[in-house]
Every structure is written in C-alpha cells, then in structure tokens.
Write a protein that binds this ligand. Structure first.
Ligand code: DAH
Length: 369
C-alpha cells in the first residue's frame, strides 16, 4: 500500500481547523495518533513495503506524527487561552443542562416573631433598643427590687460568671436571666419621656425539655413619663394583642406579683384553639383533631388545658424603688413595664408544642415559616 503524505497532511490541517473544543480535539488526536489511528496504521504497513521504500516512508510517517503532535498541542493551548477567565470552561459548557436553583434563605421564625412584635410597638411610638447579655448583679436583681434572698438569685436559677477582679467581690457578673435589667440601663442613659422595647436572649440553668431551654428570648417594654396610668398599660397591651393575634382575641389581666412593678399583672389571651370555652368540637383541623376523641366526642382543649386562657406576659406599673435605683428623682415619674417570652408567643401563634425545635436547625421545620 502506498501513502500520499502530501494529501494526508492537507486533510489533517483542514480537519484541525474545524476543531473548536477540547472534546473534538481529543477525537481528532485519537483518530490520527491513537493506538488504532492512522499513524500506527502506516507504521504497521511498513513491513509489507518493499525494502527500498521503507526508510523514506518511515521518515515521512515520523514527520507526520510530529506535525500532528504539534497541531494538537497548539490547538489545545489556543482553546485554553480562549476560555481563560470563564468560570465553567467553555469547552465543557453544556448550555442545554437545566440551571441549578439557588436556595433562598429567610429569617428564623423567632427573628420573624421578634420583628413582628417590635414593629407593632414601633407603630405605637416605642423605640427598639438592645442590652448586653452579660449583666451586673445590680442591674439584673438589686436595682429591680429583687431581694437578696429571692430564689431567682440562687445559682440554680442564674448563671453566674466569676469575676477575676477582687474589687468586684459581692458584685458578680452573670448571664442576664431576663431582659428587665435593660430597663435600668435605658433609664440611666435617657431622661423621660421614653418608650422602648428591648428584645434579646436570656439564660437560665433549666434542664432542657419540651417547654424549657437554658437560653430563650424575651422582649421587655418600658414607658416612662409624668402621667401614665394603669389604664394606659391595659389599653396598650390590648392593642398589641389584637394586632398580633387578631381582632377576635380577648385579653384579661390577672393580679400577680413582680418585685419591680406595683401593681403587677399577668396577661392572658383567650385560647385560639377552643375559642376560650375549653372544649374542642370534632373538626377537620389538624390541631383541633388532636383534641378530639376517635368517637368524635368533643374533647378538653389540650393547648389551654381546658382553662380557655393562655398566659402570654407579665406587666405592671414601675415600682418607685426601680426609679430610685436608676437615679431618677423621687416621686417625679411614673411608668409601665411589660415582659414577654418570644418562644412561648411563637409556640402559641403557630401551634408548636416543643421549644427545642427552634434551636435544632432542622430546615424542614424552619422552611415552614
Ligand atoms: N422579667 C419577668 C420574667 O422574666 C417578666 C416581666 C414581668 C417583665 C413583669 C416586666 C414586668 O417588665 O413588668 O419573668
């Protein structure tokens, strides 16, 4: 068999000029330089050639091989240069593959709840402020009229942080056990009239279960002026409850005791599951079906435990001793304060029955909000 090297070279050059990407280049290389490629075929044919012709053909096929190798190398470099700087190398780019959808994140349900609550109070003229999570014993307890022997001061109920400074002896630092110490900081730094809400994390050494966590969130409210009455507190919290839980919600004040307010009350809202009557009729709703027996008989409401009411926050009129501790002149100001637990409110609003789920970072839960 005789080979026309001139023609072969031309064909190769023509084909090479049409190669546009690395994939085609590889096909091209295999076709000519591969184990079953043309160059090998020519080498294999040498033995069948007359002796005289072999050296010439051998020389030509060696030249051909090195020409093709050069073409392949040059081509490869040209393609790489052309694609430099493109994230997905163009030679591998398949524009027909469906795109990858970017997951869009959103705020955690607790952040959403904090924002929703704060923005209701902002709409009523309150300013959002923050306070530190590491507090002094004075701000967390003493200034709030919490006596030295109060059980909440016990190390079973508060995380104390040892202070290395001997000067601080007896004035420990701690992880705030509620957001109320922010009241003291706000008053120390601002003159009335003032109205603030302070959201944030609080810490208590509770064992973790469905309704307790060593860390949770509260929102503190404080309004101070010269002419504030208990009726203002009631009106304010009624507006808040209706805006947050809906117009149909009823609210009641239950007398209570807090050292830092006098008088004090706990605020309940009518149960949103049973409508306040303590019983749930058979229905298709998932939440109320949990309260319904298999026979379809009405069942006692498990959310409010048949009380018809759900406790949502503590509140009261600021105790005069708190004003004194914050450095305000005696008898000049009056104020109202309130404090609510964010997890509890979110659990009531969304029918969540285990506080731990907020902190487990399970996207299947978080995606629902
Ligand atoms: N600090 C209280 C607690 O953690 C909640 C509270 C009750 C805050 C009454 C207040 C208030 O401002 O007036 O249980």
């Amino acid at each position: 068999m005789s080979w026309n090297f001139q023609e072969i070279q031309e064909t190769i050059e023509k084909e090479a000029s049409q190669v546009a990407n690395l994939k085609d280049l590889e096909t091209f290389r295999i076709k000519y330089l591969g184990r079953k490629g043309l160059v090998q075929e020519i080498f294999a044919s040498l033995s069948s050639l007359p002796h005289m012709e072999r050296p010439l053909v051998g020389k030509s096929v060696n030249t051909l091989r090195s020409n093709i190798t050069t073409i392949v190398e040059d081509k490869k470099k040209a393609i790489r240069d052309r694609c430099a700087g493109i994230a997905a190398p163009l030679e591998e780019l398949d524009v027909t593959i469906p795109g990858v959808t970017m997951g869009v994140g959103h705020q955690h349900v607790l952040t959403q709840t904090i924002d929703a609550i704060c923005s209701i109070f902002e709409g009523l003229g309150f300013v959002v402020q923050e306070g530190p999570e590491i507090e002094t014993e004075f701000n967390n307890f003493t200034a709030l009229n919490i006596p030295v022997d109060h059980p909440s001061r016990d190390s079973f109920d508060t995380f104390y942080i040892d202070s290395p400074d001997p000067q601080r002896k007896g004035r420990y630092q701690l992880m705030r056990s509620h957001t109320s110490p922010a009241q003291i900081r706000v008053m120390q730094n601002n003159a009335p009239p003032l109205a603030v809400v302070v959201p944030g994390r609080v810490y208590r050494p509770d064992s973790v279960d469905a309704s307790h966590s060593f860390m949770f969130h509260q929102i503190e409210g404080l309004l101070v002026d010269v002419d504030i009455r208990f009726s203002d507190l009631k009106g304010l919290l009624t507006v808040f409850c209706q805006r947050f839980f809906g117009k149909k919600i009823k609210m009641r004040f239950r007398p209570h005791f807090f050292p830092f307010t006098e008088p004090s009350a706990e605020v309940d809202i009518s149960c949103y599951i049973c409508g306040g009557n303590g019983w749930v009729a058979p229905s298709s709703s998932v939440l109320s079906s949990m309260n319904t027996s298999l026979t379809g008989e009405p069942q006692g409401c498990s959310v409010c435990r048949r009380k018809g009411w759900l406790e949502i926050m503590g509140c009261g009129m600021v105790h005069p001793r708190v004003f004194t501790a914050a450095g305000y002149p005696k008898g000049k100001y009056v104020g109202l304060a309130f404090g609510l637990g964010v997890e509890r409110i979110a659990m009531l609003k969304y029918g969540i029955n285990d506080i731990r789920i907020f902190f487990e970072n399970d996207v299947r839960f978080l995606e629902q909000f």
